[in-house]
Design a protein around this ligand. Structure first.
Ligand code: UDX
Length: 434
């Protein structure tokens, strides 16, 4: 494998993981960001995000002289006294913009800033989730015949991003310039992963296709949980039976309070928008989004019923605020969406999350966040498990029951052992369980 000189623009989840992991594969990587404080922290080896293995890789990369952090895209590209950069990864945010479409302003800004600085023959790689056609649009924005554009979507899950990067199910590289695609694919050759070389539009589509399929799978399971409950079936048994079919698989079949996070909501809305612009009504994806709304409302129904029919003035404890376990990310968290609905009906909320010791202004407003699980139960009329943190299983449930006004747990993740809860004096209400 050739060690390449790489610039990574943007040091968020995707950019920082990409930069640190590429450095660990032997490449020389310069990571650039517009946030001076963040760059200073990264230079000191401080990683802001909760991502197992990432701080270690950042330290190792810097110690080996293969990973650098610089302020601004320009400094990522122009590296004095160094050979020219060969590959530039764009890892800037593409948030949900007007009407659900991906907002490409950050990509545009970076391209405008660096287009005249890129050395001839270098490859620009888009790693952000972007609408189909962005590689082509980027090529036009660059206006340089001597630069190729490649789409190389990431499939990293938060909380296991380093593991996912180093053990990928597949690597997808799309470009209308075959040699550029091969050069990017070669960056990963050490990983020995199945690699698909394809055209740019197909590569861009793979990311939406995969994420929306997964979101659809979860909406299906959440709807199934509802039906199981109505019919006296048990969703855990049903999904196990389904999952033995190799075409379905056992993973990604756990019901919950709805799906969220930084990708699924954004990508489902974007795909709908893309389809609509192409004159197509992609009702399967629209239906998955509708089911996600219904799922959250169903959590609220259960809590309302558990507290006697009205949430007004009732104290409710929330176990989990992050969008899933293993992360401190609160973006588009189903837990917070449920909290908002509960609050709208007048519930008084207290919340606890192992990765979120105190409230975040503007995000957890209206929830009294505590780092003590006992406090989350104190005087509550119901506790709601919203994030599947394994440590919730081993809480001192007898102690929690001792301080609760009414010991009831609504376990939206089917995380807890109902027998343990019952022995501790709690009424346990699961999701889709008979
Ligand atoms: C996702 C994709 O998995 C990843 O490939 C992509 O690149 C980015 O988006 P992430 O957002 O980190 O990753 O989370 P993921 O682990 O996929 O979970 C998404 C949501 O689905 C969470 O809210 C999670 O709690 C929920 N979920 C997941 C379930 O409710 N049940 C499951 O069985 C799995």
């Amino acid at each position: 494998m050739f060690a390449r000189r790489i610039a990574v623009i943007g040091t968020g989840y995707v950019g920082l993981t990409t930069g640190a992991c590429l450095a660990s594969l032997g490449h020389h990587v310069v990571c650039a960001d517009i946030d001076p404080a963040k760059i200073d922290r990264l230079k000191r080896g401080e990683v802001d995000i909760l991502e197992p293995g990432l701080p270690e890789l950042v330290m190792e990369g810097q110690a080996a002289g293969r990973l650098e952090f610089v302020l601004g895209a320009r400094n990522g590209i122009v590296q004095p006294d160094a050979p020219p950069v060969e590959v530039v990864f764009l890892c800037v945010p593409t948030p949900m913009g007007e009407g659900g479409a991906a907002d490409l302003a950050a990509v545009q800004t970076v391209v405008n800033e660096v287009r005249h600085l890129l050395p001839s023959g270098c490859v620009v790689v888009n790693k952000s989730t972007v609408p189909v056609g962005t590689a082509e649009a980027t090529r036009k924005m660059l206006g340089r015949r001597d630069i190729s554009v490649v789409s190389n979507p990431e499939f990293l899950r938060e909380g296991s991003a380093v593991h996912d990067f180093l053990n990928p199910d597949r690597i997808v590289v799309g470009s209308d310039a075959q040699d550029a695609a091969e050069r990017v694919a070669a960056l990963y050759s050490k990983l020995g992963a199945p690699t698909q070389l394809t055209d740019a539009a197909s590569a861009e589509m793979v990311k939406y296709a995969a994420n929306c399929f997964l979101a659809m799978k979860l909406s299906y399971v959440n709807a199934l949980a509802d039906l199981c409950e109505r019919l006296g079936a048990d969703v855990i048994e049903v999904t196990e039976g389904m999952g033995y079919d190799r075409r379905i698989g056992q993973t990604f079949l756990s019901p919950g309070p709805g799906w969220g996070g930084s990708c699924f909501p954004k990508d489902t809305h974007a795909l709908l928008q893309i389809a609509e612009a192409a004159g197509m009504d992609f009702d399967l994806v629209a239906g998955s989004l509708r089911t996600n709304v219904t799922t959250r409302a169903r959590v609220v129904d259960k809590v309302r019923t558990a507290v006697g029919g009205s949430l007004a003035g009732k104290r409710v404890g929330l176990l989990g605020l992050a969008f899933k376990a293993g992360t401190d990310d609160l973006r588009d968290s189903p837990a917070l969406a449920v909290a908002e609905l509960l609050r709208a009906e007048g519930a008084e909320l207290v919340g606890h999350d192992p990765a979120c010791a105190k409230g975040v202004p503007g995000v957890t407003d209206g929830i009294a966040v505590t780092d003590d699980p006992i406090d989350v139960a104190k005087d509550t009329e119901a506790l709601v498990v919203l994030t599947e943190w394994p440590q919730f299983r081993s809480l001192d449930w007898a102690a929690l029951g001792g301080v609760a006004k009414s010991p009831v747990v609504i376990d939206t993740r089917n995380l807890l052992d109902p027998d343990v809860l019952r022995r501790a004096g709690f009424a346990w209400i699961g999701f889709g369980r008979s």
